[in-house]
Design a protein around this ligand. Structure first.
Ligand code: NCD
Ligand code: ZN
Length: 393
């Protein structure tokens, strides 16, 4: 397959190049590559298959909200060829057996699915047995019941889990008082960073919602941090429009805090959707979480079109950076020898977010009705086209 005449994201810049893919791998990047099986990418952006390091695909346990097929279709339609799935399932992914079973279930996915393993107060042996690529530790309450209770558990997991792999921390907490919440979250993060520093261990902070969280992480080379689009583009100003769908952890912040976070965007290492679909009935009962796979790239590109962010930085934070943080070999870059995972985007295509038209099983979006510029045109996974001309093959 030859992807011709596109503007290719290559070594941090957009350049006019052709890409030759053979046997699922990128074998050549150059000009005027000719041959059969041409994909015409003229006028399009050609990106490395995007990577979302924080999704909840809900299988097993809550397949009324999402499953590996619908969740992975949402991922592909949103330009993601690789996602890392969270462990707050039922049963939770906290044993080697649960991880293995989840791996089996994920075989129906249309994208690559990797897994975060969940830490508990007593699953140290299971962590060793499962030797997962990433460990997720909940230091504050959220959907599922996975928070560590024993104060010694964090240190023990820090010691046992391989130092070169990241431990992902969910630090946010919630109660009615937002100031109290934030104070507690910052305190948790500071303590977790201090401990990580003393042990030379890598940690990754999930879903930063304020500029301060980015600032706390930034001085430490072993600490990385992700930001989710809904904290960049939604605030408490949007609560009336969101109605019973408003709830998400961490909660949306004030418009002032949102603008501060947006202005500090460069400090974030990567973008993660925290795709957390719930049925509308569950939302009415107070379930927290937003679906985000199908709007993330378009929201980011729209902000680029408006001159707020720059394309190369956004794409790096959605491809190369998550691949490097989570040590995903062969992914996140368009380079010779890398996997043939490619996302082709029409950067000028305008579209309106309509929940009913999304691939996610939950069929709603917190961005309902917003007009975005930039849409995923085609997606190639391991050298095979899975999505073309805005539709699944
Ligand atoms: C997530 C979920 O529903 O699984 N919800 C959320 O509001 N972000 C849980 C989480 O990411 O903490
Ligand atoms: Zn999450």
């Amino acid at each position: 397959m030859i992807i011709k005449d596109g503007k290719v994201f290559f070594r941090g810049d957009f350049v006019q190049k052709d890409i030759l893919i053979e046997d699922g791998k990128i074998v050549k990047i150059g000009n005027n590559i000719s041959g059969e099986s041409i994909v015409n990418a003229a006028g399009k952006l050609v990106l490395p298959g995007l990577i979302d390091p924080h999704v909840h695909l809900r299988e097993p346990g809550a397949t009324e909200k999402e499953d590996f097929l619908t969740g992975s279709k949402a991922a592909i339609a949103g330009g993601f060829t690789t996602v890392i799935d969270m462990p707050n399932n039922s049963p939770p992914t906290t044993t080697a057996e649960a991880l293995m079973k989840k791996g089996e279930l994920s075989k129906k996915a249309l994208c690559n699915v990797l897994f975060h393993f969940g830490a508990t107060d007593d699953n140290f042996e299971e962590v060793k047995l499962a030797h997962p690529d990433s460990l997720k530790i909940y230091l504050g309450k959220t959907t599922g019941n996975m928070v560590l209770r024993n104060p010694g558990s964090l240190e023990k997991h820090y010691d046992i889990f391989p130092k070169d792999k990241p431990i992902v921390l969910h630090a946010c907490d919630h109660s009615e008082n937002e100031d109290e919440n934030l104070t507690r979250t910052y305190k948790t993060i500071k303590a977790a960073i201090a401990l990580a520093k003393s042990k030379g261990r890598k940690i990754h902070l999930a879903h930063a919602a304020t500029k301060k969280e980015l600032a706390l992480a930034r001085p430490f080379p072993n600490v990385t941090v992700e930001v989710a689009p809904h904290y960049l583009f939604l605030s408490t100003k949007d609560l009336p429009a969101l109605g019973t769908k408003y709830k998400v952890y961490p909660p949306l912040k004030s418009e002032q805090k949102r603008l501060m976070l947006l202005s500090a965007f460069e400090e974030a290492d990567c973008i993660a959707t925290d795709h957390a679909p719930h049925t509308l009935a569950d939302k009415e009962m107070g379930a927290a979480g937003f679906p985000g796979l199908e709007t993330s790239l378009a929201l980011m590109l729209t902000a680029c079109n408006n001159g707020i962010l720059t394309r190369s930085s956004v794409i790096k934070k959605m491809s190369e950076n998550p691949a490097s943080i989570f040590g995903i070999p062969g992914k996140g870059k368009i380079e010779e020898g890398f996997d043939g995972d490619i996302t082709i985007v029409d950067p000028k295509k305008e579209w309106k977010v309509k929940g009913s038209e999304l691939e996610t099983k939950c069929k709603w979006s917190p961005f309902e009705g917003k007009t975005l510029t930039g849409k995923v045109y085609s997606v190639i996974r391991s050298g095979k086209t899975v999505f073309e001309n805005y539709t699944f093959i």
